[in-house]
Design a protein. Structure first.
Length: 110
């Protein structure tokens, strides 16, 4: 984790750290897939909710905001995309986590 923080804190934000962010994002998605494989739906919702809140939402909104800001040439537009994307993905993550916490597993007939 310290390596990830060090990679993102070096230098100016010009998209130089984009490959590192994309690699961490892909690794987070792959690890969530492997952690949720073979689990019940309740566990899958919990794993994906936590992964979305902690890793996927910040990194995906950052990557989208930087790419949009560079493409448009306006940093404020990129920051707006970051903020709205982060809030939207956090709400999605909390919704998934909510369904994981309060979803009841159906009991099988004995």
């Amino acid at each position: 984790m310290a390596l990830v923080i060090k990679l993102f804190s070096m230098g100016k934000v010009r998209g130089d750290h984009m490959p590192a962010a994309i690699i961490v994002l892909v690794l987070a998605i792959i690890s969530a897939i492997f952690l949720s494989r073979g689990k019940t739906n309740k566990r899958k919702f919990l794993i994906w909710g936590i992964a979305t809140i902690i890793i996927i939402a910040p990194l995906l909104s950052w990557v989208a905001g930087i790419l949009f800001g560079i493409g448009v040439g306006d940093g404020f537009a990129g920051m707006t995309i970051m903020i709205y994307g982060f809030v939207f993905l956090e709400v999605v993550g909390f919704s998934i986590l909510y369904f994981g916490i309060f979803n009841r597993e159906k009991l099988k007939d004995m």
